[in-house]
Write a new protein. Structure first.
Length: 156
């Protein structure tokens, strides 16, 4: 942690997951990916648009008492490609993982073009090329249809 006096401080967690370096304004999308409704008996801290050195501003999501699955991690990479996943045990970061957005996205999201061959009865795995990271833009390998972040979030 830097000694920047402008740094916004949010409480440390004891056990759980901290998703850090989310691009400013994207925390609620990450929360949706994690399926957090707020009705769980769990402490969740969401910080939006806090000043950061590396990014102009960043978001942070801290969840007490749970980790994240491989599928959740892959989905977060789509929405927040610069995110860092920190696993915390007894107040200490025991594992740090940078997410990575691959160039090709396979079998994670469906094409929203109803006439796309990937939506036919053919056994075809949906496949997209990453045309843009932020804002996210995915091009269907089969029909060329462009999917945006919101099109993905509707499927998550
Ligand atoms: N964190 C937390 N609770 C803890 C430990 C860490 O909420 N018990 C948070 C920190 O506030 C930070 C993130 O987890 O947002 C990563 O912690 P740490 O690795 O200590 O910070 P940095 O070195 O600044 O991380 P990075 O190098 O990834 O920026
Ligand atoms: Zn398509």
């Amino acid at each position: 942690m830097s000694a920047n006096t402008n740094e916004v401080r949010v409480s440390k967690i004891k056990d759980g997951t901290v998703i850090d370096h989310i691009s400013g304004g994207y925390a609620l999308d990450v929360v949706k990916i994690l399926g957090i409704t707020g009705h769980e008996r769990r402490v969740v801290t969401i910080a939006i648009n806090v000043p950061s050195n590396q990014l102009h501003s960043k978001d942070i999501v801290k969840i007490e008492g749970r980790g994240i699955s491989r599928q959740e991690l892959n989905r977060i990479a789509l929405i927040a490609p610069k995110a860092t996943i920190n696993i915390v045990r007894n107040y200490v970061v025991v594992e740090k993982q940078e997410v990575k957005l691959p160039k090709v996205i396979e079998d994670m999201v469906k094409c929203i073009n109803p006439t796309c061959i990937s939506n036919s009865s053919e056994p075809i795995t949906p496949k997209f090329l990453v045309e843009g990271e932020e804002p996210l833009l995915l091009k269907c390998h089969y029909c060329g249809y462009m999917l945006e972040k919101q099109d993905l979030l509707r499927q998550f």
